[in-house]
Design a protein around this ligand. Structure first.
Ligand SMILES: C[S@@+](CC[C@H](N)C(=O)[O-])C[C@H]1O[C@@H](n2cnc3c(N)ncnc32)[C@H](O)[C@@H]1O
Length: 281
């Protein structure tokens, strides 16, 4: 029996993963994500791309508008993990993150994947039979609750340098929740830690519907998007003592990887900009 597809913001994890599956099938693939491929094999691409209550309608416009955005973003966050090579990696809002099934990290590395229990249960069902390449532990909790306590209970050690990934998360949070998240992860960060974030310069759902109109997937995406961080990463991360190492955009990274700029980011069509930033302390 196919596992129950998570509703609400949990569904967005499937959209992202389906795009990593599509990337994995390309002859010039930037990476191969076995978890994403297992998702598409198990439930099909269309089921991953439409909201669970949309009766199988829509999805194509949202993925077309995003173009190569998600594979390009994935490569940035992969590079941060590889370059910092800390003993702990914490993926906040991990969804169907496949890094534990495809990255090669130094022996002893542990990846902690934090997301709500129903999304992690779905992920575990999809991952059945896959062999991890990195040790990993799921921490099932809502990030509005006391996730630092849950993370520690799951074996996380705040004395050990950690790389934090906030990928595909901040747009779903009100500004004060984003601030609280940053405060909490900063408190848990030993010297030598790193953080990588994504920052969108406007409401991404509005940017998508401006470019391609609306369908059930875009309508659901628009319902889920919130404010995001209250400031640009330079000031936001700096205000908590993080030293910025890199601040780039998806447009720049797409060009560097030889991929077209995603339609929603096309500067000739007043496209949105998504920044990718990383910092250390
Ligand atoms: C777009 S997906 C990104 C998943 C993953 N980071 C990736 O890039 O593949 C957004 C994820 O955020 C998670 N999420 C959103 N709000 C959350 C919250 N309050 N607590 C825990 N997880 C949350 C959802 O469950 C979902 O898995």
């Amino acid at each position: 029996m196919a596992p129950t597809i998570p509703e609400g913001v949990g569904w967005t994890a499937l959209v992202v993963s389906a795009q990593r599956a599509a990337e994995s099938r390309r002859p010039d693939a930037l990476f191969h994500d076995p978890l994403a491929e297992a998702l598409v094999e198990r439930i099909g691409e269309q089921a991953a791309n439409v909201p669970p209550d949309a009766d199988g309608e829509g999805g194509g416009d949202l993925t077309a508008a995003m173009g190569d955005f998600l594979p390009v973003r994935t490569c940035f966050f992969d590079r941060v993990v590889a370059e910092h090579a800390t003993p702990q990696v914490v993926i906040l809002a991990a969804g169907l993150d496949g890094r534990a099934y495809r990255l090669q990290q130094p022996e002893g590395t542990v990846i902690f994947e934090v997301d709500v229990p129903e999304v992690l249960a779905f992920r575990d069902a999809i991952a059945e039979g896959l062999t991890p390449t990195v040790a990993h532990r799921g921490v099932g909790i809502d990030l509005r609750e006391d996730w630092p306590a849950a993370l520690r209970a799951g074996g996380f050690d705040p004395a050990v340098p950690t790389t934090w990934l906030l990928e595909g998360l901040l747009i779903y949070l009100p500004a004060d929740a984003a601030d609280l998240l940053l405060d909490r992860l900063t408190e848990l960060s030993a010297p030598g830690s790193a953080v990588a974030v994504e920052y969108t310069d406007r409401d991404p759902a509005a940017a998508v519907s401006d470019h391609v109109g609306s369908d059930p997937a875009i309508t659901e995406f628009a319902r889920l998007v919130d404010e995001g961080p209250p400031d640009v990463p330079t000031r936001w991360l700096g205000s908590r003592g993080w030293a910025l190492d890199e601040w780039t955009t998806v447009r720049e990274q797409a060009r560097a990887l030889g991929r077209p700029v995603p339609a929603i980011m096309d500067p000739d069509r007043d496209g949105m900009d998504t920044w990718l930033a990383r910092a250390h302390r």
